[in-house]
Write a protein that binds this ligand. Structure first.
Ligand code: 9MR
Length: 587
């Protein structure tokens, strides 16, 4: 009894003391206040969203002293087009002092602590790139680089079987090739050329767009001190794998390196099922051409570090292009393949019927590499059509970005590059239309279509398009809208989650990601971007609490449709966060 009284008295004393030391903690955390949980640049917009039925004033308080440093009245209300919910926009852009703060809405509660400071997203960008290191196949991740997520190598991939669908001269069924390295695609352990295509294109473009920023961008990987930017070292890990996916006999490229069925929820080194390369096809080959052409171009400058690698890439690109020209309509149709060949393969299909966009991307990269207009023959750039956002199955915009990047150097006639530049700006203007009416004040989420499988990558890719528009026009409104989408990804959204593992006060903890599930460590592998809301809920998980487009998310590892991670989503996250850092540093 005495002990209990003493304990509760002690507890009370502790609470009072803490309250005195940190007066802001008196207010309850409120889930109705949504903001970028990492923080803000001193000289950029600062927005929080308050979910409420009526307008309430807000205060920014110093997190240490509890002193009110800024007061404001939020604008609104705005009505959410998906849920009908009302929100108000608390703008504290005028407050510019670096430090740690909370936002408080008397009567509602307070936010978790956030920071105002220069380079506020640098660690986010570094972690998102480091996420690729954690996805590496065929290599040990020692503690020195992987911290508590250290693990033995998985999938040596040095004895890969030729699937019946992939036989060619010199490579009969079940013969063995070596195809090590590369990144695991996602929460699963397979390696897919098509998805590697857009991922590599995005990361390589990031390097080409901001080369100097990466001179000093360390992610603590084994290659960190080799005199090559870590971004390129990371990309080369996957590039060397991709090069093994080309059939040396004819230049065609296998669709994927895969188990017949998905592995169980085990660590990489415990997954020992036989793996195959399957059917060569036009689209995988063209994606490969684009990546190797771009790599060949970039790596010319690193010839002394990687003797011969640039040349190997260029040779591979040319061979792939020739194969695609001879085989322009070989599509990968998993169902059809399974009818004809054994074993059946039921892993990610990445089946895509239309190759016109891959032709555009590959042609643009080959042309940028060689300046030979031959590569543009018979290619329609389709600039009369609206620009589509890049996805694994729609890559022509990656080609546009390259043309836009090099239009001066390539001396491409105006009539050719001009419409591409205009398209990028037009797309960005359309994104910006009605921004002032959006419930989270983001271009992300204007239409329910934005919430497709991997919607986080939609937000990130919109951000990239806006950054290109900014580079083309120098109009800061595009850059700030891109930053708004980064705010979305880090917490200013209808779920209240920060979608990057390891970051944010309300962060994703249970991604559909085999190592994170199997390693017995509470924290998931960091730096991985969760797919995000997806009202289609194909995984049929029972823990979703909403079917509304922008809320249809569950932080549950059963949810491969809303909470998986994937390399093609991480890459635009790296691009967006690093590009914003690079551009904010400049001004
Ligand atoms: O990102 C892909 C999405 O667009 C498709 O609708 C979905 C179903 O085919 O597949 C997604 O990609 C998955 C791939 O097939 C296998 N690895 C995990 C990928 C992310 O969920």
């Amino acid at each position: 009894m005495t002990q209990t009284v003493f304990r509760s008295f002690g507890g009370l004393l502790l609470m009072v003391l803490c309250g005195l030391l940190n007066p802001v903690s008196a207010q309850q955390l409120s889930a109705a206040i949504r903001l970028n949980q990492i923080g803000f640049y001193p000289n950029a917009p600062k927005t929080a969203v308050i979910l409420a039925e009526k307008s309430m004033s807000f205060e920014i308080k110093d997190a240490g002293t509890g002193k009110v440093v800024f007061k404001g009245k939020p604008a609104g209300p705005r009505t959410n087009q998906h849920s009908g919910k009302m929100s108000f926009i608390a703008d504290f852009t005028g407050f510019k002092k670096s430090g740690k703060y909370v936002i408080e809405v008397p009567g509602l509660g307070r936010s978790a602590e956030f920071e105002i400071g220069e380079k506020i997203h640098r660690e986010v960008a570094q972690a998102a790139l480091k996420g690729f290191y954690y996805q590496r196949a065929s290599i040990d991740l020692p503690e020195k680089f992987a911290g508590k997520w250290a693990r033995p190598a998985g999938h040596p991939d040095d004895k890969i079987l030729i699937h019946a669908s992939a036989v060619s001269e010199g490579r009969p069924e079940n013969s063995v090739i070596s195809s090590p390295r590369g990144w695991y695609d996602a929460g699963d352990y397979n390696k897919y050329v098509v998805n590697s295509g857009i991922t590599m294109g995005t990361l390589l473009s990031l390097y080409e767009d901001f080369p100097s920023y990466f001179e000093n961008f360390n992610t603590n990987i084994p290659e960190s001190n080799n005199g090559v930017p870590d971004l390129l070292d990371e990309v080369i890990w996957n590039l060397r794998w991709m090069l093994t996916m080309q059939d040396p006999a004819d230049g065609g490229v296998y669709h994927k390196l895969t188990n017949p069925r998905f592995d169980g929820m085990v660590m990489p080194d415990a997954a020992k099922n036989p793996r195959y390369v399957v059917q060569k096809n036009t689209i995988a080959t063209l994606d490969f051409v684009a990546v190797t052409a771009q790599s060949g171009r970039i790596l010319k400058a690193f010839e002394n570090k990687f003797p011969g690698l640039s040349d190997s890439c260029i040779t591979a690109a040319v061979k792939g292009w020739e194969w695609a020209k001879k085989n322009p309509s070989v599509t990968y149709n998993q169902e059809e393949m399974n009818k004809k060949f054994d074993p059946d393969v039921v892993t990610g299909a990445y089946g895509d019927r239309s190759s016109s966009d891959e032709w555009i991307w590959a042609a643009a990269e080959m042309y940028a590499l060689t300046s030979k207009t031959d590569y543009l023959k018979n290619i329609s750039f389709e600039t009369e059509k609206p620009l589509p956002l890049p996805t694994w199955s729609q890559v022509k915009t990656l080609g546009y970005y390259t043309i836009a990047r090099f239009s001066e150097d390539l001396k491409i006639e105006k009539q050719f590059s001009q419409p591409i530049r205009q398209n990028i700006v037009k797309f960005s203007d359309d994104l910006l239309t009605d921004l002032e009416k959006q419930p989270y004040h983001t271009v992300m989420g204007k239409t329910a279509k934005d919430y497709s499988w991997g919607s986080s990558s939609v937000a990130a890719n919109q951000g990239i398009a806006l950054i290109y528009a900014f580079k083309l026009t120098n109009d800061r409104k595009y850059l700030l809208a891109a930053l708004g989408n980064l705010d979305y990804l880090l917490g200013r959204n209808a779920t209240g989650y920060s979608f990057l593992t390891g970051f944010g006060s309300k962060r994703v903890m249970h991604p559909h990601h085999r190592p994170s599930i199997a390693d017995g460590i509470a924290d998931p592998v960091p730096g991985l971007l969760s797919g995000g809301p997806n009202p289609a809920q194909q995984d049929k998980c029972t823990t979703y609490t909403s079917k509304i487009a922008d809320e249809s998310f569950t932080d549950d590892d059963c949810s491969y449709a809303s909470n998986e991670i994937a390399i093609n989503w991480n890459a635009p996250m790296v691009y967006l966060s690093a590009a914003i850092e690079a551009l904010m540093e400049k001004k």
